[in-house]
Write a protein that binds this ligand. Structure first.
Ligand code: TRP
Length: 445
């Protein structure tokens, strides 16, 4: 086999991994999940899950990848034997599932980018904006065409390989996005009536917490960190064996969580200031932000910049989803990179079509046995079931099967011994399996 490609630099690796983590999950999903799940309490649960389970598992996945230099299935097989390879396989399935609805929403960002450029969103009236969004996503053709366009862009970068495509795309975007978010947060929290939104976002109302809230919050934590399906494992597999992991993992987690919180501060105060419904669901960011832009000087400029950066943030995330799937077929099946990428992209796109239609002409249809649309069902199954389950099994794997050897794998090859290593192993052995297992059970009883 040809020598495995490596990241060009540590900075490039961190930016690409943060690029995978930071995406629609932070800016589109987090605000509306928080809005639908009662506000502050959801925020606190999410942050707790990120710190308690997320951080340790991000490190675990990166380490499995760095040690084996393999795709998820090959990596679990190498370290754990064939009984463990299904954990990797579930990740591949989750990847397809997430990608299918991810590109739908990513398509919306492209459409909104064009609408901002053409001045089509200059009327900031909240009712008008909600109606416009509703009209757009229920159109049977346009959102699907944009999803297809986005899929083509994603496949294009993945065909280019990691150094060329992924790393380069991520390095510029992250800092730019961060600065723009800060500007928009400033505008949002200074709107008349923003205070109520701030209270909603920051002050917990524990009476609103149910089993559903817990499973949404853990699903959000995993989704946002790109955790539980082997995407981080795959990125770790392109790391040189002597690179330091704990600080890289912590950087990625802090960046990702700060972007989510900034997005909450950007969207929720404006939701209340303009009288939108915080429970509006997947459209929340898309209806609220154009109203914010309309209320600021240079709004069109900021709007164009925002949707452009959001589209690129979505791209660097979608790339990691597709890359994980492709990496498996290229490594294990010796498939042609270009061909696999195109086939995987096509399958995800085809799965994405019903997801998009379920928000429009098929909105009356509910997945049998549930009260969910196809879109919500794909999201729920992948984010709140498969990802936490993948994380749970990864924790068990590293904590028990790999065990103390994982600690030496962490510190060998020149890396100084990691002082918190034993604590990390303790979390993976007991805290994560019991905590995640308990929350998964809540979702079903
Ligand atoms: N984390 C990304 C976001 O927040 C989405 C994503 C990319 C993802 N790769 C993933 C989610 C792997 C789960 C697993 O938008």
């Amino acid at each position: 086999m040809a020598a495995r490609e490596n990241w060009g630099s540590r900075f490039g690796f961190i930016m690409a991994t943060a690029g995978s983590a930071v995406g629609l999950g932070n800016i589109w999903k987090f605000p509306y999940e928080t809005g639908s799940n009662g506000g502050g309490a959801f925020l606190i649960l999410y942050v707790i899950f990120v710190l308690v389970f997320g951080l340790s598992l991000v490190m675990a996945e990166l380490l499995i990848g760095r040690t084996t230099q393999k795709n998820p299935i090959g990596a679990f097989r190498e370290l754990g034997g064939r009984w463990w390879s299904p954990v990797g396989a579930m990740g591949i399935v989750a990847g397809f599932t997430i990608l299918s609805f991810y590109i739908v929403v990513a398509g919306w960002t492209l459409a909104y980018l064009l609408a901002m450029i053409s001045g089509d969103l200059s009327n900031g009236d909240p009712q008008h904006l909600s109606a416009k969004f509703g009209e757009f996503i229920s159109d049977p053709y346009r959102p699907i065409a944009y999803a297809g366009l986005f899929m083509i862009l994603t496949a294009g970068v993945v065909i280019g390989g990691i150094g060329q495509g992924i790393e380069r795309a991520a390095r510029l975007l992250m800092p730019a996005l961060f600065i723009l978010l800060l500007i928009l947060v400033l505008r949002s929290v200074t709107l008349d009536g923003a205070g109520e939104g701030l209270r909603f976002f920051l002050l917990p109302d524990w009476s609103k917490v149910t089993g559903d809230t817990l499973s949404s919050a853990i699903g959000q934590a995993f989704f946002s960190l790109s955790l539980g399906m082997g995407a981080l494992l795959t990125y770790g597999s392109y790391l040189p064996r002597d690179s330091k992991l704990p600080s890289a993992a912590a950087t990625v987690v802090v960046l990702d969580t700060s972007v989510a919180i900034l997005a909450g501060l950007m969207v929720l105060p404006a939701v209340f200031a303009f009288g939108f419904d915080p429970q509006a669901g997947p459209g929340l960011t898309f209806v609220t932000l154009p109203a914010v832009f309309a209320a600021m000087p240079g709004g069109q400029f900021f709007g164009v910049l925002f949707f452009a950066l959001l589209a690129v943030a979505a791209l660097t995330s979608a790339i990691s989803l597709l890359e994980t799937v492709v990496c498996y077929f290229v490594d294990e099946r010796r498939a042609n990179r270009r061909r696999v990428t195109l086939i995987a992209a096509l399958i995800s796109f085809v799965l994405g079509v019903p997801a998009s239609l379920s928000l429009g002409i098929w909105s009356g249809f509910q997945v049998p046995g549930t009260s969910m649309s196809i879109f919500d069902f794909l999201d729920f199954t992948a984010s709140s079931v498969m990802l936490p389950l993948g994380g749970l099994l990864t924790a068990l794997f590293v904590g028990w099967k790999w065990g103390p050897q994982a600690l030496s794998a962490l510190s060998n090859e020149g890396e100084p011994r990691f002082a918190l290593g034993p604590l990390w192993l303790l979390v993976l052995r007991y805290v994560a399996p019991l905590g995640i297992g308990w929350i998964l059970l809540q979702a079903f009883v």
